[in-house]
Write a protein that binds this ligand. Structure first.
Ligand code: UDP
Length: 450
């Protein structure tokens, strides 16, 4: 139990209950938010799944309550696509989340509000039905959120090939193809997932909390506020607001030997390559990535995590690639990513465009090569290349020759310095992001006591 509890289990602090889906990219921002809210004087209870459960020892100031869900294999299997996981997790969490929240409320906790993962429509709806004020936490981007809430209008049914590159009115720089690329997912199922989220937001949510900076996405945020008629708090980048790196939730143990390896390299000479915690590529793409990196001739630090290659629990490196690694590469199964991005040796980040990765890259002023795999990554990638101008596309079809070329373009070509300068500007904006949005959020929470 948290430090602020009285002997009878009640707390003198106003309580906030948080719940996140158990993905790396959702849990970390949620736990950062929990730490900040606690530091601002609120009591924080984190309801969580048994799967990927946070380690309470790392967050002694917070109270953790497992909901004890029963998960089917498809919710967590590396072979399931993201939509299957989202649907299965929503279904599995609904009843246990409801029971856990009911039990907290029965204990007479002074709950001001619940902050619930914006993609967990089941928990958003359940919290709303108790009459608890609910805030939805979006760990993805405002444009992505906007597309989610206007899906019927925005996802054209079977658009003609020549329409795919048309810009979507009101959502430039997004093209029709950016809204459609849900890859392996069934489009109808994706639409019904998005509709469930939109319905839960419409019925249960009294505000949106977004892990982004107001300065970077002012017009998108204004659009969300207007269209949803809800307050939207842009409180990011969350990882800069809470300094507890050691408290970071990690799916795998970071291989810190890459520190010494990076120390051996001159400033801005290394390409860092990571596709995050969930994305996977097929064997052919993996081989083209490997040989493209090799062909570029630049030193590279590559995260090859279990499950990165579809169907292979532990991906094997391409034949003959060990020689390339000896010459100028380092492979790790998991990197201390924020530390890596902050290292002077890093020149560019080849990323799948998960929102956390993008924010972390901005905050270190590192330009990107984008290889989006699914969901909001596609929209994020388009913004990185066409709105913020801090990245290049690796290419929709990956071939080693073009990969080598684009790697050189971002690392040593003439585009590099320009992108780095823009990235540096974003870095400045990120570090200047004040905590005033957090002040407003805390004010809001305090005004919402049941
Ligand atoms: N990450 C890390 N080490 C790695 C790869 C990723 O620490 O080797 C962290 C990264 O810093 C980020 C998170 O995992 O905070 C990934 O979140 P993101 O939203 O970028 O992508 P997701 O994994 O959700 O697709």
């Amino acid at each position: 139990a948290g430090q602020d509890e009285h002997r009878d289990g009640s707390s003198h602090r106003r309580q906030v209950v948080l719940f996140s889906l158990p993905f790396q990219g959702h849990l970390n921002p949620m736990l950062k938010l929990a730490a900040v809210l606690h530091a601002r004087g609120l009591g924080v209870t984190v309801l969580h799944t048994d799967f990927n459960a946070p380690d309470p020892a790392r967050h002694p100031q917070l109270t953790f309550v497992p909901i004890h869900e029963t998960l089917r294999d498809e919710a967590t299997s590396p072979d399931s696509d993201i939509l299957t996981k989202l649907l299965a997790l929503n279904a599995a969490c609904e009843a246990p989340f409801r029971q856990a929240l009911a039990s907290l409320l029965r204990r007479g906790q002074n709950v001001s509000c619940a902050v619930v993962d914006g993609q967990c429509y089941a928990a958003l709806g359940a919290a709303g039905r108790f009459g608890v004020p609910v805030l939805a936490l979006r760990t993805d981007t405002p444009p992505r959120c906007a597309t989610c809430w206007r899906v019927d209008e925005l996802v054209p049914h079977c658009p003609a090939e020549e329409k795919l590159d048309e810009l979507v009115p009101d959502l430039e720089p997004l093209r029709v193809r950016d809204l459609l690329r849900v890859d392996d997912c069934d489009t109808d199922e994706m639409c019904s997932f998005i509709t469930c989220v939109a319905d839960a937001v419409g019925a249960s949510v009294s505000g949106i909390v977004i892990n982004t900076l107001e300065a970077m996405e002012a017009s998108e945020l204004a659009k969300i506020r207007r269209e949803l008629s809800l307050p939207a708090f842009a409180i990011g980048p969350l990882h800069l607001l809470s300094s507890q790196d050691s408290a970071e939730q990690s799916l795998y143990t970071p291989d810190v030997s890459c520190r010494d390896w990076l120390d051996l390299h001159p400033a801005r000479s290394v390409l860092y390559v990571s596709l995050g915690s969930l994305a996977c590529v097929d064997r052919g793409v993996f081989e083209e990535m490997a040989w493209g990196m090799a062909g570029s001739g630049v030193p590279f630090l590559w995260v090859v995590r279990p499950g990165l290659v579809s169907g292979e629990e532990v991906p094997s490196l391409p034949d003959g690639f060990s020689e390339e690694i000896r010459n100028r590469g380092k492979i790790v199964t998991w990197a201390p990513q924020r530390e890596v991005l902050a290292h002077a040796a890093i020149a560019a980040f080849w990323t799948h465009c998960g929102w956390n990765s993008i924010l972390e890259s901005f905050c270190e002023g590192v330009p990107m090569l984008v290889q989006p795999c699914f969901a909001d990554q596609i929209v994020n990638a388009r913004y990185v290349t066409h709105e913020w101008g801090v990245g290049l596309e690796v290419g929709e079809v990956l071939e080693r020759e073009s990969v080598a070329k684009v790697v050189n373009q971002v690392m040593v070509g003439e585009d590099g310095p320009l992108m780095r300068e823009r990235a540096h500007r974003l870095q400045m904006q990120a570090s200047a992001a004040t905590s005033s949005a957090m002040d407003s959020l805390v004010q809001y929470v305090l005004s919402r006591a049941l």
